[in-house]
Design a protein around this ligand. Structure first.
Ligand code: SF4
Length: 345
């Protein structure tokens, strides 16, 4: 199948019924090189976004709650202790009070979903789990935001504890396709990532799982990852575009163009028509002055504020970007029950 063989009316009809395009169709889309034909693609991706998400945008923010000196070896990550020349902040887990205060500040800046992110293979020390539980509880009670944590290959029983403390969503990226994963992540397997996602799904959590693009993978890998995320029935897909960090094995890799990024977003909207698609790391550096097109391509969310180890954009500019597109931030899912800054233990 070639790009020109794609039946856009049928793709739209199926998409509105919640049925994504096939892997063959996705591969045909990926072969598009004539940028002028993006208009045709956008007419469907934008219609699907509007059909399922209306004019509402999902805005997420994160805190890098425990940073650096990570024993794992993920070749894109400056936090890995294996990459001595890479620079990243190194500190122990922040206090619950600090995390709650950061969440409150993020909410005031327009964030609707707030995630606590920790380095390491898995969060498992008792005192750290208790601290994150307190933070989740405090965030939920004082902001009403959707609470999320990204805490590695966490054991199901610990995940359940966090859920009971008020964690709505779990973030855990598969990072890249199964067939490319071992070239990117050397200390744990693709199946480890999948099991973590499955454990959260089993608990009924909202699961946010996606990957990073521009790490040397090909379009077949991008389609493969989307197919796996679809099979896992994840609820949202964060799309990150590699900001290659000095000192990591991927240093100097700069394969993406705005066209490639937009085509990737479109591919994910067409394969996963009903899901939340959140454009996260690398948005500013790769999409540059074409960030307004990410919504046409089908994304319905962006990360606001800073990323894990790099600066994000200016939030007022991001909010202006949304306003210019006639988009509004989705309201928080919960009603705050406590005004205090101090989270309960
Ligand atoms: S991605 Fe996470 S697990 Fe991998 S090296 Fe970075 S902090 Fe560690």
């Amino acid at each position: 199948m070639r790009f020109d063989d794609l039946d856009w009316n049928d793709i739209l009809r199926r998409g509105k019924a919640g049925i994504g395009i096939s892997e063959d169709e996705a591969q045909a889309l990926s072969e598009l090189e004539d940028e002028s034909k993006l208009v045709q693609v956008f007419s469907v991706t934008n219609a699907l976004r509007q059909h399922f998400k209306k004019n509402e945008v999902y805005t997420c923010g994160i805190t890098n709650a425990k940073s650096g000196a990570c024993p794992e070896k993920c070749n894109f990550c400056s936090q890995s202790a294996h990459f001595k020349a890479a620079e990243s902040p190194v500190y122990k887990l922040k206090s619950a009070e600090t995390m709650v205060a950061e969440a409150q500040a993020a909410q005031a800046a327009g964030v609707r979903e707030f995630s606590i992110v920790t380095q390491g293979r898995a969060l498992k020390k008792r005192e750290e789990i208790d601290e994150v539980k307190s933070a989740l509880q405090g965030i939920r009670e004082t902001t009403g935001m959707q609470t999320c944590a990204s805490v590695g290959l966490i054991a199901p029983e610990h995940l359940k504890e966090l859920q009971d403390a008020g964690m709505d969503a779990m973030h855990h990226n598969l990072e890249t396709a199964r067939s490319f994963h071992d070239q990117i992540v050397e200390t744990h397997s693709y199946d480890d990532e999948v099991e973590t996602v499955k454990a959260a799904k089993k608990l009924g959590m909202y699961v946010c799982s996606g990957g990073i693009f521009g790490m040397g993978e090909n379009w077949g890998h991008r389609v493969e990852l989307a197919a796996d995320l679809r099979a896992l029935e994840v609820d949202s897909v964060p799309l990150n575009f590699l900001n290659a960090r000095p000192g990591t094995p991927l240093e100097g890799l700069d394969e993406l163009t705005p066209f490639e990024c937009l085509k990737t977003i479109a591919l994910y909207r067409l394969m996963l028509p009903t899901k939340d698609l959140i454009v996260c790391g690398g948005r500013q550096i790769h999409l540059q002055d074409r960030q307004d097109e990410l919504f046409l391509a089908g994304a319905n969310g962006i990360m606001l504020g800073d990323y894990l180890t790099t600066s994000g954009g200016e939030t007022p500019q991001d909010l202006q970007l949304l306003e210019d597109q006639g988009l509004v931030i989705r309201p928080p899912p919960h009603t705050p029950t406590a005004p205090s800054l101090a989270p309960a233990k």
